[in-house]
Design a protein around this ligand. Structure first.
Ligand SMILES: *[C@@H]1O[C@H](CO)[C@@H](O)[C@H](O)[C@H]1NC(C)=O
Ligand SMILES: *[C@@H]1O[C@H](CO)[C@@H](O)[C@H](O)[C@H]1NC(C)=O
Ligand SMILES: *[C@@H]1O[C@H](CO)[C@@H](O)[C@H](O)[C@H]1NC(C)=O
Ligand SMILES: *[C@@H]1O[C@H](CO)[C@@H](O)[C@H](O)[C@H]1NC(C)=O
Ligand SMILES: *[C@@H]1O[C@H](CO)[C@@H](O)[C@H](O)[C@H]1NC(C)=O
Ligand SMILES: *[C@@H]1O[C@H](CO)[C@@H](O)[C@H](O)[C@H]1NC(C)=O
Length: 590
C-alpha cells in the first residue's frame, strides 16, 4: 500500500499545524483508497496520534447513503448509525494504540448510481480529522479467461470483450443495462446549437468527438460481420449485444438525418476537443457545434457510407424488427440518392480535414452503397448503379487497404458474393493475394500497411479475406492467413494488443474516460493522460493501434499512433473474430 504522500497534501499542512497547536492529540487525516469496484470500495483513514490512547470512539459521516459500512479493524463495534450516513463506532474494551501513524480500515458498499459515497467528516476521540483525499482507488481488473496454452484463442471471449469496448464508447443517455459502471450520461445537449437532438452515438477514439464518416463505416463493417458471420456471434452468445452495438449507432444516425438532404457528419470541434482531457461526463467547455452536408454543400462519401450503414442495418434487423428495418431502408435510399445526385467531397462541408480525410474520393463509397442497397432490396437499378460507378471510378483497381476511407476491396468481395461473377471476384482475389504474398510485413509477420493503427489494417484485411474464403475462393489459404494476422494481435506478436485480454496486454491505452482516476479526484491532462501508471479502469476489448514496422511498440498513453483505440479499429477485428468463431464451431478452423 502506498505510503502517505505528504507532497500531495501541501495545501493541507497549514490547517493541520493549526490543529496541532490547538489540540495536540491527533493530527492530519487522509483517506487512502485501496480498492474500488462496482458499488464497493475499501479505504483507510490515516492519521497521526500525538498521544497514546487506550480506547477510542470514532464517527464517520458520508456524503450519501451507504448500504453496508464495515470497520475492518478487529475488536471494534459499530455502536449506532443514522440515516445510513453517520456511523459511531469504536474499540470494544482495552485497545492501546501508541503515538504515531495509525489507520482505520473500512469498506463501503453502495447502490451504484455513478458516484461513490465519500467520507465527508470524521472524528477520533472527539477530535475532527481531515478527510482529504490522497490517493485514488486502483480498480480491480476482472480476470478474463486466459488463452489456452496451445496458441489457440477463445474467440467468443474476445468478441464479448470487444462489444464491451463499444459500450465504453457510448455517448448520450446510457440505458439501465449499461455494463460499463464507470461511465455515465454525457453530452445530452449535443445538437442543441442546431436546434435538434444529436445526443447518442459513439465517441470516436481517445477523444470525444463524434466523427460521422468514421462512425458510418464502423457501423457498416460491424453490420457486415453480424450478417455474414452470425453463427459466430450466436455461438459466443453475443448476438444481442452486437445488435445493441449497431443499433446504438443507427439510432444516432437516424437523428443525424432529419430530412432527405441533410445529414450531420460531425459533432464537436475537434481542435477544441483535443485541447481538453477529462471524463466525458465532466465536459465543461460548453455546447458543441455540429456540421451537416446539404444540397449546397454536399458530401458524397459521407452520404453514401451512411446509406451503406443503413442498408446493412436493414439486413441485420429485417427479421427482428421489421418496422425499424423499414425505417433504416428509407434512410438508406434517401442518402444514396443524395450522395449520387449531389456530388461533392464531404470535407468541404465538414471540418474533418486532418482527421478523417477521404483520400480515396467518393467513388468507392458510391459503389459500396449501391452494392449494399442491391443486397438489401434485390432491385436491379442498384445493380446497374454499382456497374455505373464501377466504370466511372475504375473500381476494379486493387486497393492498398480496406479502411474507413477506402471501400473498394469490400465492394469487390460483396459483389462477388452477390453475383459470383469473375468481374468482382478476380480483383478481390488479387487484393488478398497481394496482401498475403507481397505486402510488407514486420519481422514477426504482421502485414504492415502503415504506422498509424497498424493492427486495424491487418484485421480489416483478415476480415475481407475471410469473407472471400466463404465464397470458396482459396478458402484454406486465406483462412490460414487471416488467422495468423488476428493471432498476431492476440499474442503471437509477442504480447496481446487487446486491452484486458491475454499475455501482457496494453495497460495504458490512449483513452480519456478510462485513464481518469475515480471520482472525487478531478481528471486532467496531468493525472489522466500523463499518469505513468496503468489506466484506472480497464478498457476491456479495445484493440490498440499496434506496432511499428519492426514490431516495435511501447505501452505509452501519449503515443496516439500506436496506443490509441478507436471505434473503427475494432470493427473489422470483431468481424474477423466472429468469422473465426464460426469456422471453429464448424470444425473448419485451419
Ligand atoms: C457487509 O459487508 C461485510 C464485509 O464486506 C460482509 O461480511 C457482510 O455480510 C455485509 N452485510 C450485509 C448486510 O450485506
Ligand atoms: C451513538 O453512539 C455514540 C458513541 O457511543 C454515543 O455518544 C451516542 O449517544 C449514540 N447515539 C445514539 C442515538 O444512541
Ligand atoms: C447469454 O447472454 C445473455 C445476455 O445476453 C445472458 O443472460 C445469458 O446468461 C448468456 N448465456 C450463456 C450460456 O452464457
Ligand atoms: C423496434 O424498434 C423500435 C425503434 O427502436 C422500437 O421502438 C421498438 O420497440 C422495436 N420493436 C420490437 C418488437 O423490438
Ligand atoms: C432477385 O431478383 C432476381 C431477378 O431480378 C430474381 O431472379 C431473384 O430470385 C431475386 N432474389 C431474391 C432473393 O429475391
Ligand atoms: C483503372 O485501373 C487500372 C488498374 O490500376 C489501370 O490500369 C487503368 O489505367 C485504370 N483506368 C482508368 C480509366 O483510370
Amino acid at each position: 500500500m502506498a505510503k502517505l504522500n505528504f507532497s500531495n497534501m501541501k495545501g493541507k499542512i497549514l490547517s493541520v499545524t493549526a490543529l496541532l497547536l490547538c489540540c495536540a492529540s491527533v493530527s492530519l487525516g487522509a483517506v487512502e483508497y485501496i480498492r474500488h469496484s462496482q458499488g464497493y470500495y475499501e479505504a483507510k483513514l490515516i492519521f497521526r496520534l500525538e498521544a497514546s490512547v487506550e480506547q477510542w470512539t470514532s464517527r464517520f459521516q458520508f456524503e450519501s447513503t451507504v448500504q453496508n459500512f464495515t470497520v475492518r479493524v478487529p475488536n471494534t463495534q459499530i455502536f449506532n448509525a443514522s440515516n445510513a450516513i453517520t456511523y459511531n463506532f469504536g474499540s470494544v474494551g482495552y485497545f492501546p494504540i501508541a503515538v504515531g501513524e495509525w489507520a482505520i480500515d473500512f469498506s463501503v458498499a453502495y447502490q451504484d448510481t455513478g458516484s461513490m459515497p465519500q467520507l465527508q467528516l470524521a472524528s477520533f476521540n472527539g477530535r475532527d480529522l481531515d478527510t482529504g483525499y490522497i490517493a485514488p482507488p486502483t480498480t480491480t481488473a476482472r480476470p478474463t479467461k486466459p488463452p489456452p496454452s496451445t496458441g489457440e484463442h477463445h474467440y467468443d471471449e474476445i468478441i464479448a470483450l470487444s462489444l464491451e469496448f463499444y459500450e465504453a464508447q457510448r455517448s448520450g443517455k446510457l440505458p439501465p443495462n449499461n455494463r460499463i459502471w464507470w461511465r455515465g450520461d454525457s453530452f445530452l445537449d449535443d445538437g442543441q446549437l442546431n436546434g435538434l437532438d444529436l445526443s447518442g452515438g459513439y465517441t470516436d477514439a481517445a477523444d470525444l468527438v463524434k466523427f460521422g464518416f468514421a462512425l458510418v463505416s464502423t457501423t457498416t463493417v460491424l453490420n457486415w460481420g453480424l450478417i455474414d458471420f452470425l453463427p459466430g456471434y450466436n455461438s459466443a452468445n453475443q448476438t444481442g449485444y452486437a445488435e445493441d452495438a449497431v443499433k446504438w449507432a443507427l439510432d444516432f444516425l437516424i437523428k443525424a438525418h432529419p430530412t432527405s438532404h441533410e445529414f450531420y457528419g460531425q459533432v464537436a470541434d475537434a481542435d477544441v476537443d483535443h485541447a481538453w482531457w477529462g471524463r466525458p461526463e465532466d465536459w465543461d467547455q460548453g455546447l458543441r457545434e455540429s456540421w451537416k452536408i446539404t444540397r449546397d454543400k454536399p458530401g458524397s462519401e459521407l452520404a453514401a457510407e451512411g446509406a451503406a450503414a443503413f442498408a446493412s442495418g436493414y439486413l441485420v434487423f429485417r427479421n427482428r424488427n421489421s418496422s425499424y428495418a423499414q425505417e433504416l431502408l428509407r434512410h438508406a435510399r434517401e442518402l444514396y440518392s443524395f450522395a449520387d445526385e449531389f456530388r461533392g467531397d464531404y470535407t468541404d462541408a465538414i471540418p474533418a480535414e486532418g482527421f478523417y480525410d477521404s483520400w480515396s474520393g467518393y467513388g468507392d463509397e458510391l459503389g459500396w452503397a449501391a452494392a449494399w442497397l442491391y443486397r438489401a432490396t434485390n432491385e436491379s437499378k442498384y445493380l446497374q448503379d454499382v456497374n455505373r460507378h464501377w466504370t466511372e471510378f475504375n473500381l476494379s483497381r486493387r486497393a492498398d487497404k480496406f479502411s474507413w476511407d477506402d471501400k473498394k476491396a469490400g465492394l469487390q468481395v460483396l459483389m462477388g458474393k452477390l453475383t459470383r461473377e469473375d468481374k468482382y471476384l478476380s480483383p478481390a482475389t488479387q487484393f488478398c493475394d497481394y496482401m498475403k504474398n507481397t505486402q510488407q510485413r514486420t519481422p514477426k509477420g504482421l502485414v504492415f500497411i502503415q504506422e498509424w493503427g497498424s493492427l486495424r489494417h491487418s484485421a480489416n484485411i483478415a476480415f475481407i479475406c475471410l469473407n472471400l474464403a466463404e465464397l470458396g475462393v482459396k478458402s484454406a489459404e486465406y483462412r490460414e492467413f487471416a488467422k495468423e494476422q488476428i493471432h498476431y494481435a492476440l499474442g503471437a506478436g509477442g504480447r496481446s494488443y487487446v486491452v484486458g485480454y491475454g499475455e501482457n496486454p496494453p495497460q495504458r491505452p490512449r483513452h480519456r474516460a478510462s485513464s481518469c482516476p475515480p471520482r472525487p479526484s478531478p481528471c486532467n491532462r496531468q493525472n489522466g493522460l500523463y499518469n505513468p501508471g496503468p489506466n484506472y479502469y480497464t478498457l476491456y476489448g479495445a484493440l490498440v493501434g499496434g506496432p511499428g514496422s519492426q514490431d516495435d511498440y511501447v505501452d505509452d498513453r501519449d503515443d496516439y499512433v500506436r496506443n490509441e483505440v478507436a471505434i473503427d479499429y475494432n470493427a473489422g477485428f470483431q468481424g474477423a473474430l466472429a468469422a473465426l468463431q464460426k469456422l471453429k464451431i464448424n470444425g473448419q478452423l485451419p
